[in-house]
Design a protein around this ligand. Structure first.
Ligand SMILES: *Cc1c(COP(=O)(O)O)cnc(C)c1O
Length: 354
């Protein structure tokens, strides 16, 4: 058995993979593969509707919001967001690589006020910040996939609030009504790559004075129910199946419990084991991406731990190059057994070298 700790694309529920394999062979008893059908054909509308409904159910999305499925991943949303919402000035919290990319994209459209940056600490801490009341919106990254920090409570904001939730969406209940927009790439907790989800409150649109090309205008995608152009049907189908699985196990309240249990299990071992240490401030620890390194005394032994981990079937724990060491991503579909296996491997490594 493989224990898949990849940061994204990442582990998916087996049911979602199996259902997608089936649909690739025969979609909806049509005798055709999902890759072969028209997105205007019978059955597809229903699949897309089911996906939208599952989002609304799982996150208790209130009336007045739309759920969109768009090409281009989270990175395209870095541009679409300011294109549609930034008139004069936007406020951004800089908590890592993805936040920085969102900031750079917004600068094409107006003034960007960075309310605080964690850069000086190599993003190991979420800095304190204040949101200016004259900003068109405030943007933050809820989970910093690369550095392993997370903002797990929905902040209060005096202005429209927008969050990139690519890597912790659906990992816990959220209060959607606090947000003007929530978006992310699908390929962590919500499915496979090639797709972004956007949850947007309709009344925030149509307020900027610039003209927006149709493809980049959220209103066009809302009007066309995410089918302005050919939608990526396979990733959307896989997203639907991933959400179905989540619903079947009890939804976001249940998955939050499981995610916490997994994260506690691993952080407890990091804190106990004299060979390892965590790289982030304890109060900002992510429960999705756990970053840790070898203590100085064992410097240079990273390769040995990686070798040992392979014997356990562990994969995907090499840290991002900007942090080094190790990163274990504990996304929704990862079972507790995989975390226990990693902890067992860490204990054995301690025996070998400490
Ligand atoms: C993975 C990730 C992205 C990038 O998503 P793409 O779909 O590849 O553009 C952006 N933000 C966060 C927080 C991520 O984890």
């Amino acid at each position: 058995m493989k224990h898949n700790f990849n940061a994204g694309p990442s582990i998916l529920p087996k049911q979602a993979i199996d259902a997608t394999v089936e649909a690739l062979k025969d979609f909806n008893n049509s005798g055709l593969s999902i890759a072969e059908i028209s997105h205007r054909s019978a059955g597809w509308d229903e699949a897309m509707d089911e996906c939208r409904t599952l989002w609304k159910e799982l996150l208790s999305i209130p009336d007045g919001y739309e759920v969109l499925f768009l090409h281009g991943g989270a990175s395209q949303q870095f541009l679409m967001l300011p294109y549609n919402l930034l008139q004069t000035k936007a406020a951004y919290l800089d908590t890592g690589v993805w936040a920085t990319k969102a900031i750079e994209a917004a600068k094409y459209f107006g003034e960007v006020q960075v309310v605080a940056s964690g850069k000086d600490s190599n993003y190991s801490v979420i800095p304190k910040y204040e949101i200016p009341a004259d900003a068109d919106y405030f943007h933050f990254t809820s989970n910093n996939t690369i550095f392993g920090t997370e903002i797990r409570t929905d902040p209060d904001s005096p202005v429209n609030m927008v969050s990139d939730m690519s890597s912790d969406i659906l990992s816990r209940p959220i209060d959607v009504s606090k947000y003007a927009m929530i978006y992310g790439g699908a390929q962590k907790n919500a499915g496979t790559a090639g797709l972004a989800f956007v949850i947007i409150r309709q009344d925030v649109l149509g307020k900027v004075s610039r003209s927006i090309p149709a493809f980049f205008d959220y209103r066009v995608h809302i009007k066309n129910k995410s089918m302005y152009n050919t939608p990526p049907v396979i990733p959307i189908f896989m997203m639907k199946e991933t959400l179905k699985w989540l619903k079947s196990i009890g939804g976001v309240a249940e998955i939050e419990k499981r995610n916490r249990a997994k994260a506690d299990c691993l952080y407890n071992e990091i804190d106990r084991n004299p060979v390892f240490r965590g790289t982030t401030a304890v109060e900002n620890r992510s429960i999705m991406n756990v970053c840790f390194v070898l203590n100085e005394k064992y410097a240079g032994k990273d390769g040995d731990f990686m070798e040992l981990s392979k014997k356990y079937g562990i994969t995907g724990i090499k840290g991002h190059r900007s942090v080094g060491g190790f990163r274990a991503s504990l996304y929704n579909a990862l079972p507790l057994e995989s975390v226990e296996t990693l902890v067992g491997c860490m204990k054995e490594f301690e025996k070998i070298i400490a």
